[in-house]
Design a protein around this ligand. Sequence first.
Ligand code: CP
Length: 323
Amino acid sequence: MTFPHRHLLGIEQLSAPDLTRLLDLADTFLEISERPIKKVPTLRGRTVINLFMENSTRTRTSFEIAAKRLSADAVNISGSGSSTSKGETLLDTARNLEAMRPDIVVLRHSASGSPHFIAQRVGCAVVNAGDGAHEHPTQALLDCATIRKHKGRIDGLEVAICGDITHSRVARSNILALSRLGARVRVCGPGTMLPVGIEAMGATVVRRLDDALDGADVVMMLRIQKERQGAPLIPNTREYARTFGLGPRNVGLAKPDAIIMHPGPINRGVELDPAVADGSRSVILDQVTYGVAVRMAVLYLLGGGIEVSTSGGSAGSDAEKRS
Ligand code: CP
C-alpha cells in the first residue's frame, strides 16, 4: 500500500488512518534501535539532506540516526554553516541541493510555511522538521506514539498542554493529531500566550493550571519560546514558574497514573520542576527514543520503502528479507 502523501508538511494534511499507519510503523521500527547492529538496508542508496536553519538537538540528530539506521546516506547542513549566511535565499539553497539529487530534504526554518514553499518548487520529498510557530509534525507523531505506548490508546484521553501555546508549533501539531485520534485536549497558559481562535483547532482553553491538570491522563509542559516573542509576555520568570509551572505541589491534581511529557529543551525550574522532570511519571526520554522510530517511519514511507507487515515480523526483519 503506497503512502498517499509525497511530503510530510504538517499534521493538518494527515487523516486519522494516516496517523495510525505512521504510529503502527514506528512501533515496528522501535525494535531496530534495540539491536546490537542497529541497521537495516531498506533505504540503501537513498540520500536524505537535513537542512536545519534553526538550532536543534533532538530533531536533527534523530533524523540523521533514523536515516542511517535505514541505510540511507544522511547529510546535515546548518544555517550558520550554509551559504545563506552569505545572502543566498532559502529557495536558491533548496534548488542547489536538489541539483545533487537527494530523495528527501528535511527542513527546519523559523518562517512558518517555508517547507510548503520549498515542497512546491523541488522534485524531492520535503519533511517539515518545525516551521516557525506553525507545525512540528514529527514531534506530534512521536508524542502520540509515546502516549499510545504508556496509556494503550489515545481515544478518550484527557490531555493538558500547558505553557506558551501561542508560539508553540508542538502545541499546534499535537492539538491536531490528538483530537483527530479521539483525545480531548485542554490548553492552558498566561492570557498573553493563548492565541485567539485556538478552540477552532479542537482544543478547550482553561485559564488556571490547577483546572487544566484536574483529571488529566497526560500533561504536556511547554517551554516559553523567547526566540519567537517580541516584547516580554510575562512579568518575570519566577512568577511564571509559580503560576504556570508543574512541580510536586500540583502534579497530584492529574490522575494518579498520568504521564508527564515535554518536547524539550526543558527550562528546568521554570515550566517544569526537576523533581517532576526526572520523576517516575516522566516519559520525556521515551519521547526522544520514539523520535528515532517515528522519523524512520516517515523517511521509510516518503523514501519509497516497500510497506512492511505490522501484523507479524518486525520491520527490520522484513526489510532484511528484501535486501
Ligand atoms: N523537540 C524538539 O524539536 O527539540 P529540538 O529543538 O532539540 O530539535
